[in-house]
Write a protein that binds this ligand. Sequence first.
Ligand code: ZN
Length: 318
Amino acid sequence: MNSATNSLQKKVFELLDQQNREWELAARNYKGLEKVEKHFFEFDGGVKIGVQFNPERIYSSAAKVDDKSISERKCFLCHAHLPAEQIWVEFNDNYLVLVNPFPIFPKHLTIPHRRHIDQCIMEHFPEMLNLARELDEFVVFYNGPRCGASAPDHFHFQAGNKGFMPVEQEFYQVSKTLLRNENGCKAQSTENYLRHCIILEGNDKSMLSQWFQEIFGLMEKLMQQEPEPMMNVLCLWENEEWKIFIFPRKLHRPWQFFSEDENRILLSPASVDMGGVLITPRREDFEKLSASDILDIFTQVTWEKDLFEKLIEEFSKD
Ligand SMILES: [Zn+2]
């Protein structure tokens, strides 16, 4: 750990303490999280998926993210609209680190850009790496504007404490295919992991950024999506290197989300779900969600095998 690591993370822990003491909404919701129910499903190969029943997340899971609704609401990540009780820590000149008042994690941060600019990861990717290194007790994550971000018009990352999402440990256990190995950096893809994932690891920031850019370009070519290829990205710093998990997406919400009968499941998958914890804001969904629903939902919202194989084939041969 360098001194910058200590200082940002230390300030963030103090911020969490302060907001839990002084901001009633945050305090109530973090307290409520202690009683949140959670259970796990186990799939082949020891792959675990947790399901968390979290009623406060209804606002996010059911958020209207169409252009009209977005343009008509006050942006909740803009500095000028933050609640009076909300204070922050600065990360370089560009970001505010905020406590998320509707937490999934016991320590849950929202990290908006200072400016109201679109959610679009490419140019901000190196800053995601810097953040993950400085906040090394957290996993930093990014939800694309069409696959989980409830403010697609305002660039932001989020971060949650380590030790919460199964993917952090499963990385070491699941079988992987090596795609590239260069300058101490590795790119691998997962096999039999319910959802396809490319994992980059290493401590060469420029190489990892370049690889990310290539993957972004290939995804753009293989699956034309606006305004950028749909993806959830998780990033953490461990043993002096980064691990970056890239989950390509093809759909934001499964058909069950829109169903108006008993088939309805209010589940709106984003990074945390890809990381292995599904968030259900309604008790009935928490209780009825089955292993086959989980497989079905992952199949609907992530890339199919053929397309993913094309992606890793093209990335491997360059
Ligand atoms: Zn904004």
